[in-house]
Write a protein that binds this ligand. Sequence first.
Ligand code: ZN
Length: 108
Amino acid sequence: MTLNRRLVVSMEDIKSVVLECLHCGVRMTFSPDAITAPCNCPNPTCNKFWAASHYPNAVGFGMRNTPAQIRLLEAIQAVRARDKEQKIERPNDPIGFRILMEFEEPSV
Ligand SMILES: [Zn+2]
């Protein structure tokens, strides 16, 4: 018999969000509650374009034209804030579930 172990995590379990440059591989780590993609890579020898300056305010700008990566960063923050609010009983809440993600347990 094979035993497959999986990890199930909620948005609350996210400890940090890491953005990695596609060009040089430098990484920036953010609190999952305060993610702002910089316009350019923070590595001064790379400095390649990362995201347009209006994307940090993507929700107000118009999500349809916003790249999925930026929408995901916004969603992580919004869902985490909502999950914190949902700890208070809300009988008329339009969302009656929370999102969990399942991962293969890393091999040692
Ligand atoms: Zn870079």
